[in-house]
Ligand binder design. Structure first.
Ligand SMILES: Nc1ncnc2c1ncn2[C@@H]1O[C@H](COP(=O)(O)OP(=O)(O)OP(=O)(O)O)[C@@H](O)[C@H]1O
Ligand SMILES: [Cu+]
Ligand SMILES: [Mg+2]
Length: 753
């Protein structure tokens, strides 16, 4: 099973997108396909063995479109397409202006002496309009034809039918004016209607193209952040090499003011680094030996050397770009609704148009009236703006998120986030910094004969293999007490999620973890020199102070006790307060002991606490809240949070957390600042509001325009919609949708609200 992104060419509206979707889906071996009209791409989940790429491409080509891989550089053909579009537009625009100008006296009913009468000559108009229809408007006819071949219809059908009806009616009136006169009709022509509609719809498409370019600007900006070269130390010499040539393990030198080329860990020197472009965090961060640096961030003050740990597609930046791409190409559920509406809308409009024509023709016998109203209905009903409404907002919204350090994986989570009613926060690494430090260590047998150091070394050796934040605390503490790195590898290492770790070091069986776990293994919780009671008392006091307590057992006997403290993130309490004020229920969920959990919860103002929950239990807690009928957001960082993140309606991972958590989540907060949750909810709300107003703009013209165009007001007020105005209204609806979506670019999260 593989997922593939194909660029598409030749789509003119949402109905085309739907057709390509159907075509690709019908290829055997394809499991899923979603086409994004705005981005002109398809994401396909398929089995490469049964459905080779060529088969998919052939199927798309047969339907009259082109599908190609992104790498087959598309900027060139894209630019050519834009240029050709512009040329056609200029021609169409000039002709439309001439026609409208020449038609002014007729349209306004005034005698305007400054309009030369020959401009209104129908033969001249015929000559001018013909290329507009068939060259400028070529794509509408080929599009309509494509649709017809599949027995379907789309917005091209509407434009093609509407404009050619106006055109051919006018041609007959030009060539055989007698025919009309004998029926008592004036041989009026509507060339300008045809030309204006074609030109305006095409203008809408050009603006669309522009908007698409602008919405992906956020992405291009992100990619543009990358440094082009890196200064690596190879064979003792510094040399500049292209960033693509950097390999994992390379030593890279960074000077003040330079961009950090790839991800890595500092091995010498220290500096302040501005990570705003990736994390959204504006305050520069101090980086010292051992700290991770992210590619594309800016080194401010010092100079340092670091070892490359991730290059190419693995870097944080590359992954962010990849994620945003995916999100922009994904479909919000509300979009599926819009697609379905387009699918049934066109046939209905065609039916209304037919009905309009027959009714007027029968009632009045007036062919002109019947034709004008039919042309009007066909043009004003075009649902092209409807196809634009959701994707444009989603694109701007996800791009905006990325700018603020919020990575949104799919349009569905962007849509759902503002509906979250209950939010569950993990404790360690989410509410707290996740950089715990050992504050106390008690060796049961006392400190004689460097017993303490021996124990610390055993503990650090086993913890060295754990990814848990607590492990790091133990190792750091051991180091501070003089234990030297690197540590040997433990044998038979095992991590028991939610309990602790174990392993064999120099033939001694080491276990470090919770009291419950060790007790459950039948280990007596009393030592030789200190009584069981006092050890447990020790634990109790520490826990009441909000410290995590872990026990160390050697060969099945308790030998030591660690107290580990973790500071709250500075933003945690404020974020919790804001969330509560926004009407959300905030709960805390932790694998840690109840006493510690309560102490921390009290500090940040959370009332509902679930403590001592094992990893699988965390998902069950999420489920429990869901069963209370709530839409649940879960925020976490660790491996132990992954199942809960996946279970939640919206899983939010802390970007500084583990890869597993990030993979299981829908949204990632890169900086780890919990205010990001609030920003994400606000962004979701703003985007959905934007989509709704887009749908309104897309629909209002059609809904209001169709009856007027059909001539409903004609018997009462004598009003009939001029087809040219219908065309303008339609083009305007596309334009207003795009402009409205771009308004979202002004989004700024309001924190501390
Ligand atoms: N590597 C480890 N070393 C020592 N103790 C551990 C280790 N892993 C887990 N434990 C023990 O198991 C407990 C539960 O761990 P778990 O990872 O489920 O939650 P947590 O990290 O404490 O908190 P949270 O769920 O808020 O992130 C820890 O509090 C600790 O006592
Ligand atoms: Cu349209
Ligand atoms: Mg955690």
């Amino acid at each position: 099973m593989e997922t593939l992104t194909l660029k598409l060419q030749g789509m003119s509206c949402a109905a085309c997108a739907k057709r390509i979707e159907t075509v690709i889906q019908s290829v055997p071996g394809v499991l899923e396909c979603s086409v994004n009209f705005g981005l002109e791409q398809a994401s396909v989940r398929y089995k490469p063995q049964t459905a080779p790429l060529e088969t998919i491409q052939k199927a798309v080509a047969k339907a009259g479109y082109r599908a190609y891989l992104e790498e087959q550089d598309d900027t060139e053909s894209d630019r050519a397409a834009t240029l050709s579009l512009k040329r056609r537009l200029i021609f169409g625009g000039v002709v439309s202006l001439i026609l409208v100008f020449g038609g002014l006296p007729m349209m306004t009913g005034l005698s305007l002496s400054w309009v030369p009468p020959w401009l209104h000559n129908p033969w001249l108009q015929l000559v001018l309009t013909t290329p507009v229809l068939f060259w400028v408007g070529q794509s509408f006819f080929t599009g309509a034809w494509k649709a017809l071949k599949h027995g379907s219809s789309d917005m091209n059908t509407l434009v093609a039918l509407g404009t050619s009806a106006a055109y051919f009616y006018s041609v007959i009136a030009t060539v055989f004016p007698q025919f009309f006169r004998t029926q008592g009709l004036a041989p009026d022509v509507y060339y300008e209607a045809a030309a204006v509609v074609i030109t305006l719809v095409l203008l809408g498409r050009l603006l669309e193209r522009r908007a698409r370019g602008q919405t992906s600007a956020a992405l291009r900006q992100l990619m543009g952040l990358q440094a082009k070269t890196a200064r690596v130390v190879r064979e003792g010499r510094e040399e500049d090499i292209p960033i693509e040539a950097v390999e994992i393990g390379d030593i890279i030198v960074v000077r003040p003011g330079e961009k950090i080329p790839v991800d890595g860990r500092i091995i010498e020197g220290s500096s302040l680094v501005d990570e705003a472009m990736v994390t959204g965090e504006s305050v520069p961060v101090t980086k010292e030996v051992g700290d991770e640096v992210i590619g594309a961030t800016l080194n401010k003050t010092g100079s340092f050397q670091f070892e490359a740990t991730r290059v190419g597609k693995e870097t944080v930046l590359a992954q962010i770009v990849q994620l945003v791409r995916q999100a922009q190409a994904s479909k919000a559920p509300i979009q599926r609704l819009a697609d379905r509406v387009v699918g049934i809308f066109v046939p209905i409009v065609l039916a209304i148009a037919l009905l309009t024509f027959t009714i007027w023709w029968f009632l009045t016998g007036n062919l002109t009236l019947a034709t004008i109203s039919t042309v009007g209905v066909l043009t004003i009903a075009c649902p092209c703006a409807l196809g634009l409404a959701t994707p444009t907002s989603v694109m701007v919204g996800t791009g905006k998120g990325a700018e603020n350090g919020i990575l949104i994986k799919g349009a569905d989570s962007l849509e759902l986030a503002h509906k979250i009613q209950a939010i569950i926060l993990d404790k360690t690494g989410t509410l707290t910094e996740g950089k715990p430090t050992v504050t106390d260590f008690v060796a049961v047998r006392g400190t004689e004969n460097s017993n303490e150091i021996k124990l610390l070394k055993l503990a650090a050796t086993v913890e060295n293999r754990s990814e848990h934040p607590l492990a790091e605390a133990v190792i750091n503490y051991a180091q501070k007490q003089g234990i030297e790195l690197p540590l040997p590898s433990p044998e038979g290492f095992g991590a028991i999620a939610g309990s602790g770790v174990q392993g064999n070091v120099s033939d001694r069986w080491i276990q470090i973890g919770t009291q419950q776990w060790l007790e459950g293994l039948g280990i007596a919780m009393d030592g030789t020199t200190r009584s069981r009671v006092s050890l447990l008392n020790c634990q109790k006091t520490w826990q009441e102070a909000g410290k995590t307590v872990i026990w160390l057992a050697v060969d099945g006997e308790i030998e030591g006790l660690f107290a580990i403290a973790d500071t709250l993130k500075s933003s945690s309490a404020q974020a919790v307060k804001t969330l509560q004020r926004m009407g959300l229920e905030v709960a805390m969920l932790t694998g840690d002991n109840q006493g510690v959990a309560d102490a921390i919860a009290r500090e940040v103002g959370i009332r509902r606490v679930f403590a001592q929950v094992r990893p699988d239990g965390k998902a069950a807690i999420v489920q429990r809240l869901q069963q209370e009928g709530k839409i649940v957001g879960m925020v976490g960082d660790g491996i132990n949070d992954a199942p809960a993140l996946a279970q939640a309606d919206v899983g939010i991972a802390i970007g500084t957390g583990t890869d597993v958590a990030i993979a299981a989540s829908d949204i990632t907060l890169i900086s780890g600042d919990l205010q990001g949750i609030i920003a994400a909810i606000q962004l979701s709300r703003a985007t959905m509001g934007n989509i709704r107003s887009n749908l309104f703009f897309a629909f209002i013209y059609n809904i209001a325009g169709i009856p007027i165009a059909a001539g409903i007001l004609y018997p009462i007020l004598g009003w009939l919609l001029n087809p040219a105005i219908a065309g303008a209204a339609m083009a305007f609806s596309s334009v207003s949708v795009v402009l409205n979506a771009l308004r979202l670019r002004n989004f700024k999260p309001k924190l501390f609200s």
